[in-house]
Design a protein. Structure first.
Length: 183
């Protein structure tokens, strides 16, 4: 095997069967590996049916971005493709919010500090920017909630220009709301 490289891309809707499988595996691995980072739990989602997983990502109200490791075999030209990171943006309608909302951010521990988290969010911000041109500032905002103690995530979001959203209370007092305007 040679030439390992990363690709970052949004899942196309309607989703394929293969994408449903890959997404559910990646999400469950994230919940199992970093339970402290999420509001949902592995126990809660491990019983999801295939149709539940499909319904989650098979909608234009959710933009799910994937980071994939591609390793090509120099002699056979075969390529092994492994999903290693994800983040999703929910529309304001889906999130029942004035703004777009970033959820489900996770990168596999073996692939961290390679810029994938940043690339995943940048693709999400660009999607928000393109679909909200000329709209109100609330709609152009991408917001998220992060645990106060999650220094890695807070550093990543800070690098991308996210700042604390005032006058907003997270349901969970252990979290803080951050936002960036997708300009
Ligand atoms: C947070 C997380 C997504 C970061 O993913 P990543 O791919 O490692 O992030 P990147 O490589 O794009 O990092 C970009 C920048 O963010 C900052 N950063 C990321 N991880 C950091 C860490 N552990 N410590 C300090 N700064 C960090 C750095 O400034 C980094 O730039 P640098 O590597 O050039 O110094 C990853 O650690 C993760 O999946 N954690 C568990 C799940 C989680 O916390 N999700 C967020 C829920 S709100």
């Amino acid at each position: 095997m040679s030439n390992p490289r990363y690709e970052v891309f949004p899942i196309s809707v309607p989703v394929s069967d293969e994408d449903v499988t890959n997404y559910s595996r990646l999400r469950l691995l994230g919940l199992k590996t970093n339970p402290e980072a999420f509001g949902s739990t592995f126990a809660g989602e491990s019983t999801n049916t295939r149709e539940t997983w499909r319904a989650r990502i098979d909608t234009k109200e959710r933009f799910t971005v994937i980071a994939r490791l591609v390793t090509e075999d120099g002699s056979t030209k075969d390529a092994r493709k492994e999903w290693v990171g994800t983040a999703s943006v929910l529309t304001p309608e889906m999130a029942r919010s004035a703004s777009h909302v970033l959820v489900g951010m996770w990168v596999h521990p073996e692939h961290r500090r390679k810029g994938l988290g940043k690339r995943l969010i940048e693709v999400g911000i660009e999607w928000v920017r393109a679909r909200t041109e000329g709209m109100t500032v609330e709609r152009r905002q991408l917001m998220l909630e992060v645990h106060r103690g999650n220094d890695a995530a807070k550093a990543l979001y800070g690098d991308l220009g996210f700042v604390e959203l005032k006058d907003f209370e997270c349901h969970d007092a252990g979290r803080i709301p951050l936002f960036v305007v997708a300009n």
